[in-house]
Design a protein around this ligand. Sequence first.
Ligand code: ZN
Length: 217
Amino acid sequence: MKLFDDFYVYPWTSYQENNCNTIFIDGPVPTLIDPGHSHLFNHVVEGMARDGKSADTIKLIVCTHSHPDHIEALDHFDNGVLRAISREEHGYLQEEGKELFLMSGCQAPKKPFKLFLKEGQLTLGDKTLQVIPTPGHSPGSICLYWEKERVLISGDTAFYMGVGRTDLPGGDMAALGQSIRRLAKFRIEYLIPGHGEMVRGDKPIKRNFELILGEFF
Ligand SMILES: [Zn+2]
C-alpha cells in the first residue's frame, strides 16, 4: 500500500497468525523495515508486486528490534543485502534475545548484521530518518521518525491503544514509559506501529499517546 511516493506500508491484518507490519522505502537505497516471519514473507513479496516493486531490489533491511516476528525473514535475503539493528539489540540477540527464537521454534537469522544504528540520522538517498532509541519492549528497540512527512515508525513500542509487552526477556516497563513519553513530544501525522492499525492525524495521535500513558504508566 502506497502512503507517499517511494514509501509503502504492508500491514499484517490476519488475526489467525502473528506477524508484523512491514515498510518499504524505495529510492537510491531500497530499504525494508521489519521483514517479519519467514513463512509469511510472501505477503510482502506479493504486496510489493502489486505496487510494481520487487523484493529483489532491496539493499538495506532495518530492524526496529530483534523479536522473531519482526526479523525471522532476514535470511530470505542474500549476503549482499545490508542488515541494520541497534548495537544494544544486537548484543541482546546474542544472549537472552536468542531464547525467544528457541521458545517460539523459530530460526534465529544466521547472516550477520553489519550496520549498527544509534541515535541520529539515517540517510536513505533523498530521505532522512531520525533513529530514536526506545528501550522497554526490548533493550535496544528503536523507532524511526521521518520529519518531512511527520511519520513515526514505532515498532513494538507504541501501538494504537496499546504498548509493547514487557514480560518477555529483556523487557522493562519503566524504560518503556520513558520511551513513550519521549515519542509523545514529536509532531506526528502518521503513526505506523509494528502491529495493528496505523493512526493518522496529529490530534488522534496525541490522544492515543495520552490514552496509553494514562492507562499503562
Ligand atoms: Zn516485539
